[in-house]
Design a protein around this ligand. Sequence first.
Ligand code: URA
Length: 209
Amino acid sequence: MAKLEVMDHPLIQHKLTIIRDKNTGTKVFREVVNEIARLMAYEVSRDMPLQDVEIETPLVKSVQKEIAGKKVAIIPILRAGLGMVDGMLDLIPAAKVGHVGMYRDHETFEPVEYFVKLPSDIKERQLLVVDPMLATGGSAIAAIDSLKKRGATIIKFVCLVAAPEGIKALQEAHPDVDIYTASLDEKLNENGYILPGLGDAGDRLFGTL
Ligand code: URA
């Protein structure tokens, strides 16, 4: 089974509290989501392989480290995943960005794919699939299905808030995918929202409440 990492760094917890607060408006919500994504990118990239490189400092020749191996693509699940892209790009600026459009049918809660546009070389890249909320897991599972169908092999899933139901479903469907979340919340309500959660992440990011 792949890794489940809850990133409970004090800065992340503090920022999460800000975005959970219903009185936080769109501007601050968007800024803080990006700040959390930036902090998460730091931890998600911790296992990036390094290789030796010879350079010259102003004083001597020296063998130092540089990032090696697979390149990265960030794949936001539309639309709420878009809110995490800029924060991640701050730390991984050379990453490409692909998009997978999923909406959740409000009656069945089933994910429906409506858009996929990916870098041509996703087979050679490590993919960071981002979506702020891992609720039932339906969209994440469908998005990752879609990426694997197109040849993706190395995938990490990064979210801000996860429900136990979503973690379980995603781990069962894709046991090879590492999951990083800033919080593991209590449960889903009868409408598929995470409790305590932060409401509808897409609506709060884009001001469409
Ligand atoms: N999607 C959201 O935006 N919020 C939830 O609580 C669950 C799914």
